[in-house]
Ligand binder design. Structure first.
Ligand code: M6R
Length: 609
């Protein structure tokens, strides 16, 4: 999604903004641009393609300015192009604006501006109407013009605006798109996310919906929709700048895969006391609350949805509450049975996924209690929830979600166990066993990461294949789905996952000589059934990779290659079996020469529908 950076202060705004935009690359983009106040005039430079293009074009100009705004655009209205790239300007060039989000009524506004004021539009974007609106309302007070403009706008937006007539300020607005403000000494910064400003400050204001911010070099004022100034506590960023960098790994994805033992450990152990009792900071669900809950919905998108599938298994098995799992973009448009006895659980790494946010709002509107599992502190999803469980995975930069997923699984197990204990429906020895198995996971994931030779060898044997299949039974179906998504999104191999028992109902027709199929067979009670499924596809010529627990050597007689995960109880296998699948996708992507961290057509944070 789009990224915004704006700077006012004593440094060279151009350097700070370009640096910040580079840090926001992970959000996905197809063009970038910058507007700088240069000797009383606003200069705009914007180009299709990577930020590198912009930097190369700016280098000979030697831009030096103390005020500017920059943007990385991920096209929604109008193709990726120089003219559609942000910043956009009014006709005289005195105002420049960057925007993240979608203006839903831009067609009407555009027609009105053309008909009534003969405005000449230069781009196909929805964004351009905003700058012309501000121009229309401008009477020497940028803040006032912005307020009058947003009163006419419908949709989601974070915007940053500068004006050559008021070179001492940036005005910014947030509505349903992320925006934060970094506070420095004689300098202030706006950005879509923390990594963009971490080099300059750790002091941040989290901006709420419908708030308008006035930044000068000396200070920051936040106003609500009634133009009243509001006070905001400073949020201190505690994680290191290096946490958002690659630390010597070739790709962020590989770094993040390797960070999983730590992420799992932190997410788990911060919630356990020395006796293995769970204490859930941020979740205030009592025994009485739980007794009222007769239905749980888990709603999410993509990888987070796959974590939800495992969550259903955990809550139903441990806490004995029926659970439905749904894709957020589907949930929000149907008529789910929700009332005040429903618990709605949203899962999201970014906390800004528009479909998840919309589903959450719909559930809330219908009276559900909303609990969120989210990685980004202070994100929209977190702020709109009744209870928040943070995954402590740290910033995830690669578009392909890895460490967020395994920490989401840990979170689901903890929440399910907490519910089970609160409801008093779990036996102590079973609880103790589960806790000790969970605690053993970081070391077991470490063990998988220590030896990747087999995984690399399998990748070499199969990376040129056009298709891949993943099968499993029980909770292994969720892992198969996640493994398949991981592979397709970063290697562009046409990949498909299915419950193994469903193969013979259609999909087996696609199996032929050399077809690459991964059979995830970690569930002891389903192991024999999986061996039969492997035989079925082997008989039709498939190259079968089996994934099994260490002890289950029988699989070697059926599969062409086997990856073993350390021994554990069936309930927690998804956290282990997904790791070699992430690595397999990674190595296949590298061998195919793909852009691992920034796959084509994808964005890290999907803040549009
Ligand atoms: O930020 P979220 O967890 O809400 O994002 C949900 C999906 O967009 C995300 O998991 C996506 O599927 C990833 N690219 C998967 O690797």
């Amino acid at each position: 999604m789009c990224g915004i950076v704006g700077y006012i202060g004593n440094k060279n705004a151009c350097d700070v903004i370009l640096d910040g935009l580079n840090k926001l690359e992970y959000r996905g983009y197809d063009s970038s641009g910058i507007a700088l106040n240069m000797n009383g005039k606003i200069e705009v430079h914007k180009y299709k393609g990577r930020i590198k293009n912009l930097i190369e074009k700016l280098a000979p100009l030697g831009c030096n300015s103390q005020l500017g705004i920059g943007h990385t655009r991920w096209a929604t209205h109008g193709a990726p192009s120089d003219k559609n790239a942000h910043p956009h300007s009014n006709e005289s060039g005195s105002i420049a604006l960057v925007h993240n989000g979608i203006i839903e009524n831009y067609v009407q506004l555009r027609e009105w501006l053309i008909k009534e004021y003969n405005v000449n539009f230069k781009s196909e974007t929805d964004t351009e109407v905003i700058v012309h609106l501000i121009d229309h309302f401008y009477e020497g007070d940028l803040l006032d013009a912005v307020y009058k403009s947003i009163a006419k706008m419908k949709g989601a937006y974070a915007i940053g605006v500068i004006c050559s007539h008021e070179p001492d300020k940036i005005v910014a607005v947030r509505k349903d798109s992320p925006l934060i403000v970094g506070l420095g000494e004689d300098e202030n910064i706006i950005a879509s996310d923390i990594p963009a400003l971490l080099k300059y400050t750790r002091k941040v204001y989290l901006i709420n919906n419908d708030e308008v911010v006035l930044l000068t070099k000396e200070g920051v004022k936040i106003f609500n929709e009634n133009r009243e100034q509001v006070q905001r506590d400073i949020f201190h960023v505690t994680w290191d700048a290096e946490a958002a960098e690659k630390e010597g790994y070739e790709h962020f994805m590989l770094k993040e895969i390797n960070e999983q033992p730590k992420g799992i450990d932190v997410t788990l152990n911060r919630r356990l006391d020395e006796n293995g009792r769970i204490s859930l900071d941020g979740i205030q669900i009592t025994k009485e609350d739980l007794e009222k809950i007769n239905k749980v919905y888990i709603v999410a998108c993509g990888t987070a949805y796959h974590a939800g599938l495992v969550g259903k298994f955990a809550i139903e098995k441990f806490a004995q509450i029926p659970v439905d799992v749904d894709i957020a973009s589907e949930f929000r448009y149907r008529e789910p049975f929700i009332d005040e006895n429903t618990l709605f659980i949203a899962i999201s790494q970014s906390g800004e996924t528009l479909d998840t946010l919309a589903a959450l709002r719909e559930a809330k509107r219908r009276g559900a209690r909303v609990l969120t599992i989210v990685n980004v502190v202070g994100s929209s999803v977190a702020r709109e929830s009744d209870d928040v469980f943070y995954t402590w995975a740290g910033p995830e930069i690669a578009v392909a979600s890895t460490k967020a997923y395994t920490t989401q699984l840990i979170s689901m197990y903890l929440i399910a166990l907490h519910m089970a204990v609160t409801k008093n429906v779990i036996k102590q020895d079973y609880y103790d066993l589960l806790i000790s198995e969970l605690k053993a996971l970081p070391a077991k994931v470490e063990k998988i990461l220590e030896n990747t030779d087999t995984i690399q060898e399998i990748a070499k044997l199969n990376f040129e294949k056009q298709h891949a299949f993943f099968i499993g039974r029980g909770i292994d179906v969720a892992v198969a789905l996640e493994a398949s998504l991981k592979l397709k999104e970063i290697s562009y191999i046409n990949s498909f996952a299915i419950a193994a028992g469903e193969l013979k109902h259609g999909t087996i027709a696609l199996i032929e000589e050399g077809t690459f199929l991964t059979a995830i067979a970690t569930q002891d009670h389903l192991f024999e059934k999986m061996l039969s499924n492997i035989q079925e596809v082997k008989a039709r010529g498939a190259f079968v990779l089996g994934v099994a627990k260490e002890g289950n050597k029988q699989i070697e007689q059926q599969a062409n290659k086997v990856i073993y995960i350390p021994d554990c109880i069936d309930e927690v296998t998804p956290i282990l079996s997904v790791v070699p699948m992430q690595l397999l996708a990674y190595y296949m992507s590298v061998l195919r020469g793909c852009d691992v961290d920034k796959p084509k057509n994808l964005a890290k944070s999907v803040t549009v529908e």
